[in-house]
Design a protein around this ligand. Structure first.
Ligand code: ADP
Length: 326
């Protein structure tokens, strides 16, 4: 709680300091302009004072000085506005980079906490189940149930490890690609079958056109679909439907995962693909996660020269669409 408050106040402090600094700079610039105009007037007045009233060329000289004065004023305004424009441009750029940096470092800290939690929970559950199985004489149904739960938890752990590993490999440019002709229909069918087995209490519907082939990496495509279905389950209720579509129209292949859950707010549609980004405030969020899944999905889509997008489902929920041009 204290560190959350510290993070918020750090952000607010930076904002406050920055706007105060900016306001000071703008006021200083205005003050500078006023001082220059005054100085210009004083110089003109001094020049006026040197004229003889009986000088026949006096009106010409006055006009020249007034013209000079006007040109100087225009010069100050022009230069002042250019400096102000460049200054504001720079200030906005620095401000945005600063906020991005602070947000990124906060997200990274949250990620570390989330990963620790996500790693510890499945280990603790599996350990407890195994200890119970050893110590107690449970009937066969109870044993089966405990083993199923443990298996689910280890699969969750496996998913998380794969995500973390792949993210770091892709980020460091160390990922060894093994691209070949893959049957996406088979990948989708197998993945859906696997999810149906693991989540017998959830409703899945799959429309998979057979024999859709593309050039790609089957492990990555499977991870992409796994993450999308995982999210569809995580961000929707048990009774709702998760639909998986795979179809091809001419050169365009589309793989979609639709759910009837909470949906993605408009303002977060692009941000959810950023590394470690999670919708909502850290202290009010109840779902588990690391903010890595969609970042990876997006990287995998790009790796295949495809696009991953999110849109709203009707009447509620979201549709994640991976589009690939063969
Ligand atoms: P997380 O581990 O938080 O699920 P992701 O990168 O998979 O990380 O997703 C980023 C954020 O996008 C999530 O925190 C969630 O708020 C939002 N999100 C992802 N999938 C869905 C979905 N199917 N429905 C609603 N929100 C989603």
């Amino acid at each position: 709680m204290i560190s959350r408050l510290q993070k918020i106040s750090k952000l607010q402090f930076v904002r406050l300091f920055y706007w105060l600094f900016l306001a000071y700079m703008v006021v200083a610039l205005l003050w500078w302009y006023v001082a220059l105009v005054k100085q210009n007037d004083q110089i003109a007045n001094i020049k006026f004072g040197t004229f003889q009233s009986n000088d026949p060329a006096i009106s010409k000289k006055i006009a020249e000085i007034q013209d000079f004065q006007l040109r100087k004023s225009k010069q100050y305004i022009g230069e002042g506005l250019t400096i102000l424009f460049l200054f504001l441009l720079g200030a906005i750029y620095v401000y945005r980079s600063l906020l991005k940096q602070i947000r990124y470092s906060n997200q990274q800290q949250n990620f570390m906490m989330a990963v620790t939690h996500e790693l510890k929970t499945p280990i603790a559950i599996t350990q407890l189940n195994l200890e119970t199985l050893i110590k107690r004489n449970l009937d066969i149904d109870q044993q089966k149930k405990m083993l199923e739960v443990s298996l689910l938890e280890t699969q969750r752990l496996d998913n998380l490890c794969n995500n973390i590993l792949l993210a770091s490999q892709l980020d460091m440019g160390e990922y060894k690609a093994n691209t070949q002709e893959v049957d996406l229909s088979v990948i989708v069918e197998n993945t859906v079958k696997n999810f149906k087995n693991r989540f017998a209490d959830r409703n899945f519907q799959a429309y998979v056109e057979p024999a859709i082939h593309l050039k790609g990496e089957s492990v990555l495509l499977q991870l992409l679909l796994n993450n999308l279905i995982d999210n569809a389950l995580k961000y929707s209720n048990v009774g709702s439907l998760v639909t998986i579509h795979l179809h091809q129209e001419n050169q365009r292949i589309q793989m979609q995962v639709m759910d009837e859950g909470v949906g993605v707010p408009m303002s977060d549609k692009d941000k959810i693909f950023e590394k470690f980004y999670r919708v909502g405030a850290e202290y009010t969020r109840t779902t588990k996660g690391t903010g890595l899944g969609l970042y990876l999905c997006n990287r995998i889509a790009k790796f295949h020269h495809g696009v991953l997008e999110v849109s709203a489902n009707d009447p509620k929920g979201s549709i994640f669409t991976f589009t690939y041009f063969s």
